[in-house]
Design a protein around this ligand. Structure first.
Ligand SMILES: [Fe+2]
Ligand SMILES: [Fe+2]
Length: 174
């Protein structure tokens, strides 16, 4: 494997692990702030990020390359507001997207087909992750700091209704 690509994939692991760690810290903060729907959403996100890191590790192992696990800084313990927390999620996702796009370009330049295919999954995933984070942040801004509004969005998330990408249209009848 091209050495820039190997270095880049190993460096990217840090972003996935950092997101997993931060989203778990957010889960704790959200639970303490009586927002179980948000907490459930973030806990799921945290475990998703771990599977993202695992995908890259498996890719490297499958190609006889050595994954190097990063040190992960301690996550914040607290956020000023729910809006600040959601903005933090969106920022994380945008950073991950930028890193994936760079890796994709590096893989293409190196004509590394397997890495390009592996990264393609991440390109689509990041589009969805960003759309969801943006949509949740948008809803928080919409309801402001009103108890009833926050409760409503929290219940949506608790029910697994994560806003973001528009739903697929129902298949035509007949
Ligand atoms: Fe991720
Ligand atoms: Fe993510």
């Amino acid at each position: 494997m091209n050495s820039d690509l190997l270095k880049g994939l190993n460096e990217h692991l840090k972003l996935e692990f950092r997101a997993a760690h931060e989203y778990l810290a957010m889960t704790i903060w959200l639970s303490a702030h009586d927002l179980p729907g948000f907490a459930t959403w973030m806990r799921q996100q945290s475990s998703d990020e771990l599977t993202h890191a695992q995908r890259i590790i498996d890719h490297l192992l499958g190609r006889d390359q050595a994954p190097v696990l990063p040190a992960i800084p301690a996550p914040p313990k607290t956020w000023k507001t729910l809006e600040a927390l959601c903005a933090h999620v969106l920022r994380n996702e945008q950073e991950v997207t930028a890193s994936i796009n760079d890796l994709y370009a590096t893989a293409e330049k190196a004509k590394d087909r397997p890495a390009t295919v592996m990264l393609q999954w991440f390109v689509t995933e990041q589009m969805e992750e960003e759309a969801t984070a943006r949509a949740v942040l948008g809803r928080i801004r919409l309801v402001g700091n009103t108890g009833v509004g926050l409760l409503m969005v929290d219940q949506e998330l608790a029910g697994g209704k994560v806003p973001g990408m528009p739903a697929e249209p129902a298949p035509a009848q007949g």
